[in-house]
Design a protein around this ligand. Structure first.
Ligand SMILES: Nc1ncnc2c1ncn2[C@@H]1O[C@H](COP(=O)(O)OP(=O)(O)OP(=O)(O)O)[C@@H](O)[C@H]1O
Length: 356
């Protein structure tokens, strides 16, 4: 087990001819995942997430930059790239990772090597089933006798059995339905934590990325645009595009004056002082809807989407600005109500591109 360090890694795929330019799939990416921690790589389709994972696994070789597990450089820096089988990585793909003709025990023991398999294969299988929270008697089942979520847990058990330095998960829950996805993801996270294994999970699902990670690495067009703990990525995204990618955002023009700014929602307190014209990023749950008191900026409720645990309330302010609020579903307004809005918590301000 060890940390993972990716330094300035770039990977392009050659042009396929017919006028297509080469694709720079991963562009100067630097990322550090400390030993035993879990990073999720989040980004839209085609931004380079899988390519980054394949570079770390050793299925691809970087054009430039280096990759190290702990102090051992496995690619780049003039070192001959270490092949995947000697890197001690566990790789869990989207689905179909298990050998259909082998039972669960044989699948889990597959990567152990003959000697380890013969001496303590049974113990290790039992340990791994326990780690991924599956019953011990599942060892004799074949993959087609398991649900999709159970298959993914066995795939994780198989990748963890040889005690890899790093486990790489490539959208391993994407084929599961919403409920199973959540429970399987949490079980996988607990198993990695219990075995103190360094992990990287690739996903385009914001909720998955935020809820599972110690750190979220956001990618866009091959570049890593922010890498930070989930709450920082959500509340202080590096730019408005990241803000809108990791959740719903109300982006309003405003004027900053040191620690405060004024905008259509009144005066707000900034995460960092600045001056002049800014774009303010406010999360919908920061917009407090007062149903009782006439305190704040007045508006009229246009639409309410009720989700049970909470609801989304679209409000048209008297000056014409449209603002989204997310509030508890217990007591909420209805369309046509007059309400007053206030902003709670700190607000992130962005200066226009090119301003000093
Ligand atoms: N072997 C390849 N040859 C040529 N281009 C490739 C190859 N693999 C990936 N690409 C291109 O590199 C870019 C990044 O692809 P990648 O699969 O890493 O994206 P991704 O973020 O994982 O997308 P998704 O979420 O859809 O899986 C894309 O433009 C893709 O078309």
């Amino acid at each position: 087990m060890s940390s993972l360090t990716v330094t300035g890694v770039t990977k392009s795929f050659p042009s396929t001819g017919r006028g297509h330019a080469a694709t720079r799939a991963v562009d100067d990416v630097t990322l550090h995942v400390p030993h035993g921690s879990f990073t999720t790589v989040l980004g839209p389709s085609g931004c380079g997430k899988t390519t980054l994972l394949r570079l770390i696994a050793g299925f691809l070789v970087p054009d430039s930059g280096s990759i190290a597990f702990g102090d051992t450089v496995v690619a780049g820096d003039g070192v001959r790239p270490m092949p995947p089988q000697t890197r001690r990585v566990g790789y869990v793909p989207q689905e179909g990772a298990l050998f259909p003709h082998l039972d669960v025990a044989a699948n889990i023991a597959f990567g152990l090597g003959r000697e380890a398999r013969e001496s303590r294969g049974d113990d290790r299988v039992a340990e791994m089933l326990d780690l991924v929270e599956l019953p011990a008697d599942f060892r004799d089942r074949r993959p087609d006798e398991l649900s999709g979520g159970q298959q993914q847990r066995v795939a994780l058990a198989r990748s963890l059995a040889p005690q890899p330095a790093v486990v790489l998960l490539d959208e391993p829950f994407s084929s599961l339905d919403a409920g199973l996805r959540g429970t399987t993801a949490r079980a996988v996270r607990r198993a990695l934590q219990a075995s103190n294994t360094t992990g990287v999970l690739v996903t385009h699902d914001q909720n998955e990325a935020l809820s599972l990670a110690d750190e979220v690495a956001v990618m866009r067009a091959g570049r890593l645009v922010q890498s930070a703990p989930p709450s920082q990525v959500y509340l202080s995204p590096s730019d408005p595009q990241v803000a809108e990618f990791v959740g719903r955002a109300v982006v309003l023009p405003g004027t900053a004056n040191a620690a405060h700014a004024t905008c259509a929602l009144g005066q707000v307190v900034l995460t960092e002082p600045t001056e002049g014209e800014v774009a303010l990023m406010i999360r919908p749950e920061q917009v407090y809807v007062d149903l009782v008191h006439a305190e704040g900026v007045r508006g009229t409720v246009e639409e309410v989407s009720y989700y049970g645990h909470d609801c989304a309330v679209q409000v048209r302010l008297d000056d014409g600005t449209s603002v989204l609020s997310r509030m508890s579903g217990v007591l909420h307004p209805v369309a046509g109500d007059t309400v007053h809005l206030r902003v709670t918590g700190l607000v992130r301000a962005y200066r226009p591109a090119g301003s000093p």
